[in-house]
Design a protein around this ligand. Structure first.
Ligand code: NAD
Ligand code: UDP
Length: 341
């Protein structure tokens, strides 16, 4: 029996693939390669010394998704596949709704058809909107401010409805805070297309000289230095949480949401200073107005994951910076051979 990883060529899915293989699981990986490259699949095989089936499949195509379950005995699914850029989701909302929602509906339908009912779903802290207080607890009210976030919240609700209709489903909804870092080998990591939206890949591209300076989006938040605070979590810690969630589903029925964060908040400038200290690189920056839709402070209360999954993040900000930097310096253009503009 194997674990199906959707979106397994992507940033987080590729790290999950390595973690699963290293822990003795068989895996099957599917990815449309719409935001990733085959090279990451080769690197997973190289890192683990293990072969596994990979299919270029778009979940929006239900026939293709169905075929995977015909060919392979799947026992559970880790569902990472989705589009994730907040700004882009405002520009092309229908594409986001179609890709993320239709893709998930198709996946759930074929899972039900083949009687595979264990699912670990990649949700996001974005479902908490602008929380009234921190740390954020799973029971906080859910609200979203952009189409990307809305797809996550809608999928969470769809999964709850699914469980109401058939209580044999076992579903872990994992709400990620801010995943950064990379595998310690420097062989797999985050390879954004074009100009990075997220803070850490932007910092590493400035550090390596591909971008002139960082723009710090706002210094007038109610935080110790005025810049936004987030809960940065090492991607390897994050994927370890997925294995714990999988094991939890073996013991428990139902739908349960878990925060995957460290419980510690760092500001944009904290991250910049830590990165500079660890790498001995200056990060020139300019403060610019707030980014539309950004919130001031968000960090997790990760107690539920600790108590029910037996999981907690172990790596600190220093390791996150070191590993992001090792990935960037060993792969200046990510998985792309050509230099990015
Ligand atoms: P990513 O873009 O690197 O990986 C997602 C992968 O899914 C890509 O390889 C892409 O090609 C694939 N994909 C997209 N649509 C598909 C489809 N219809 N069929 C098959 N494959 C498809 O992103 P990531 O950072 O690895 O994120 C993984 C998941 O975690 C996403 O669902 C994302 O929304 C969620 N998430 C990410 C973050 C983050 O900061 N990285 C935070 C919270 C939640
Ligand atoms: N940020 C920034 N400059 C950038 C990218 C991000 O100042 O080029 C800030 C952003 O305002 C937020 C934090 O860094 O306070 C994390 O942003 P990211 O986009 O990585 O994650 P998210 O907004 O989803 O939490």
């Amino acid at each position: 029996m194997a674990i199906l990883i959707t979106g397994g060529a992507g940033f987080i899915g590729s790290h999950a693939a390595v973690e699963l293989l290293n822990n003795g699981y068989d895996i099957v990986v599917i990815d449309s390669l719409s935001n990733s490259q085959m090279e990451s699949v080769h690197r997973i095989q190289e890192l683990t010394g293990k072969e596994f089936p990979f299919y270029e499949v778009d979940l929006v195509n239900k026939v293709q998704a169905d075929e995977i379950f015909h060919y392979h005995p799947i026992e559970a699914v880790m569902h990472f596949a989705g589009l994730k850029a907040v700004g882009e989701s405002r520009e092309i909302p229908l594409k986001y709704y179609n890709n993320n929602i239709t893709g998930t509906l198709n996946l759930c339908e074929v899972m039900a058809k083949h009687n595979v009912k264990n699912l670990v779903f990649s949700s996001s802290a974005t479902v908490y909107g602008n929380p009234n207080s921190v740390p954020v607890v799973e029971s906080f009210p859910l609200t979203v401010t952009n189409p990307y976030g809305r797809t996550k919240l809608m999928i969470e609700e769809i999964l709850r409805d699914l469980h109401v209709s058939d209580s044999s489903w076992r579903i872990a909804i994992l709400r990620y805070f801010n995943p950064i870092g990379a595998h310690e080998s420097g062989r797999i990591g985050e390879s954004p297309n074009g100009i990075p939206n997220n803070l850490m890949p932007y910092i590493t591209q400035v550090a390596i000289g591909q971008r002139e300076h960082l723009q710090v989006f706002g210094s007038d938040y109610g935080t110790h230095d005025g810049t936004g605070i987030r809960d940065y979590i090492h991607v390897v810690d994050l994927v370890k949480g997925h294995l714990k969630a999988l094991q939890y589903l073996e013991r428990n029925e139902g739908v349960e949401a878990f925060n995957l964060g460290t419980g510690k908040g760092y500001s944009v400038l904290d991250l910049v200073h830590n990165f500079s200290e660890v790498t001995s690189r200056e990060i020139p920056y300019q403060v610019v107005p707030r980014r539309v839709g950004d919130i001031g402070i968000c960090y997790a209360n990760p107690e539920k994951a600790k108590n029910l999954l037996g999981w907690q993040a172990e790596k600190g900000l220093k390791e996150m910076c070191q590993d992001s930097w090792r990935w960037q310096t060993s792969n200046p253009n990510g998985y792309n051979i050509a230099v990015k503009q």
